[in-house]
Design a protein around this ligand. Sequence first.
Ligand SMILES: [Mg+2]
Length: 161
Amino acid sequence: MPFIKPTYNIDGDVTDIIIEALISDGVKGLIFDLDSTLIESKSARLTEEVKAWLSKARPHFKMVILSNNKNSIYLEKVKTILDMPVIGYAKKPSRRGFRQAMEMLELTPQEVAVIGDRPLTDILGGHRSGAKTVLVKILRSIREPSWKTSIRNLERRLIGK
Ligand SMILES: [Mg+2]
């Protein structure tokens, strides 16, 4: 297990990311994880908070969603709700999906930040692809069962956070 430190470790959810910090770091494109990072999975609910953050970020970055989710109906719905391209069945941390996403953005890995809540999929895959990585906590609007929180915390310990 490689020791991986995200480029940015956000003590909060996606809406706590400082947009200006990414801009001044040369980031021109964002690859988002979907479930728990941008949207509450299953319900496909987009909160007002996330919506507001996205509209602040949108003028500054090209954006794409890279998800391991395999539910094509759900992914189609999300594409409409979030108004950005969605790559599903990504098999993160495989580099293939990340490469595909960067091609779509027409940007180099150095110009891209991968944003996600899972160290072993989003952060590991983004890191291996040469992109900057932003580890966020799951959306604060989500109440998850405690066993899920435990797994998440274990993953964070594994990467040395
Ligand atoms: Mg996620």
